[in-house]
Design a protein around this ligand. Structure first.
Ligand code: FAS
Ligand code: PHB
Length: 395
């Protein structure tokens, strides 16, 4: 067995792990990332598309914001489509000047991978059977197998950035965890296509046939979603079937303007609300999807991962530079205060925009009444807008 020594061992080279590694490196804190897939596989996963300003600020702090500012699309509003018409929510006007940036998670991940490689930092791809040891004490270790050999990393801390299906949360004694979970009775069928966006801003549609979302990655690449049955399989959905269904769920103008084309990616994602508390166990810290999942309606998943990393990187920096444990000791409670507000917003927006057959005709009537109230009330629209652009950090 080979043995390496570092200060922070990071499990997972998704957005949370890469961003944490980059911020620690810039603060002079040594770290190694252990990732079970390879970079191409990670970049092939099509996920988030909307970044909060605080996430963009953190990417700048990490020194990886150049392409984001060059290619990202600044959006000052979103549109809600219901009853055959679209209603704009003026995000910037309602939040005193804030906005969101449309820039795909794939590109965020690529920028961080490139920066990590340029800095010569260690990312072990194809690392199998990662296991966490000794995190209930002060000498945590990570072991993994790679290229037919077993390797060990001795470290001061372990950051579990390995997502919902990762090994980190699974390594915590179940009795030490409180799990909160809600599974939604439908999924999102997503399509990526090299077509021009149907509108300048995102369209969230509540339709009796189901939810639809018109998003984008650039002015020439689009990302669309339709709510689908939980047991649907991608193979059941031809491109034509997808485009026809999307068109049916949009207002006449958008349906007319929709430019279709061959899908370059097509996938179905389940929707759940999930939180594991607490997020710290001795010298193991969970961040991102390893600790929480939101339904993507509110575009919070990636942004919450970034906010966890903001707290965690600052905690480690305080520990090493100021010999302070305040950030470490308060990490979990600080993250969870922000996480639960994003969970609430994502749950509320999902409940408002999707078709829930079990709530019957009155359910749709109540949704329509809330939508009519929302677009007609400055107070209600402001509540949506300030959550969508991202609530301010409390500490
Ligand atoms: P990630 O899951 O991205 O990364 C975890 C990494 O850990 C992966 O690379 C994985 O291979 C690795 N790993 C796992 N187990 C390991 C092990 N045992 N050893 C080593 N490595 C291991 N968010 C939005 O805001 N909008 C969206 O539209 C959206 N769509 C999504 C669609 C899907 C199918 C999924 C799953 C998520 C979606 N999300 C969306 C949320 C998504 O963007 C996450 O919030 C984001 O990827 C979180 O980043 P990480 O916490 O880094 O986790
Ligand atoms: C996306 O572009 O993938 C996207 C945008 C907004 C959401 C969810 C997904 O709420």
């Amino acid at each position: 067995m080979t043995t390496q020594r570092t200060q922070v061992a990071i499990i997972g080279a998704g957005p949370a792990g890469l961003l944490l590694g980059q911020l620690l490196h810039r603060a002079g804190i040594a770290n190694i990332i252990v990732e079970r897939q390879d970079g191409a596989y990670i970049l092939g996963r099509i996920r988030a598309g909307v970044l909060e300003q605080t996430t963009c600020d953190l990417l700048d702090e990490a020194g990886v914001g150049a392409r984001l500012h060059a290619d990202g699309l600044v959006h000052h509003g979103i549109e809600l489509c219901f009853g055959g018409a679209r209603h704009r929510i003026d995000l910037t006007g309602l939040t005193g000047g804030k906005h969101v940036t449309v820039y795909g998670q794939t590109e965020v991940t690529r920028d961080m991978m490139d920066a990590r490689a340029a800095a010569g930092l260690t990312t072990v791809y194809h690392a199998k059977d990662a296991a966490l040891h000794g995190f209930d004490g002060d000498t945590p270790r990570v072991t993994y197998s790679h290229a037919g050999a077993v390797h060990e990393i001795r470290c001061d801390f372990i950051a579990g950035c390995d997502g919902y299906h990762g090994v980190s949360r699974a390594s915590v004694p179940p009795a030490a965890l409180s799990i909160f979970e809600k599974v939604y009775p439908f999924g999102w069928l997503g399509v990526l296509a090299d077509t021009p966006p149907v509108a300048h801003e995102l369209i969230y549609s509540n339709h009796e046939r189901g939810f639809a979302l018109c998003s984008m990655r650039s002015t020439t690449r689009t990302r669309y979603y339709v709510q689908c049955a939980l047991h649907d399989k991608v193979e059941q959905w031809s491109d034509t079937a997808f485009w026809d269904e999307l068109r049916l769920r949009l207002d006449p103008q958008a349906a007319q303007a929709l430019v279709t084309g061959p899908s370059i990616e097509k996938s179905i994602a389940p929707l759940r609300s999930f939180v594991a508390e607490p997020m710290r166990f001795g010298t193991l810290f969970l961040a991102g999807d390893a600790a929480h999942i939101v339904p993507p309606t509110g575009a919070k998943g990636l942004n919450l991962a970034a906010s966890d990393v903001r707290f965690l990187s600052r905690a480690f920096i305080e520990h090493y530079t100021e010999r302070s444990r305040a950030g470490i000791d308060h990490y979990s409670e600080r993250c969870l205060r922000r996480i639960w507000k994003a969970e609430r917003f994502s749950w509320w927006f999902t409940g408002l925009m999707h078709r829930f057959p079990e709530t019957g005709a009155i359910g749709q009537k109540l949704q329509r009444a809330e939508l009519d109230y929302l677009v007609g009330s400055t107070a209600a629209s402001t509540a949506l807008a300030e959550n969508y652009v991202g609530l301010p950090f409390e500490v």
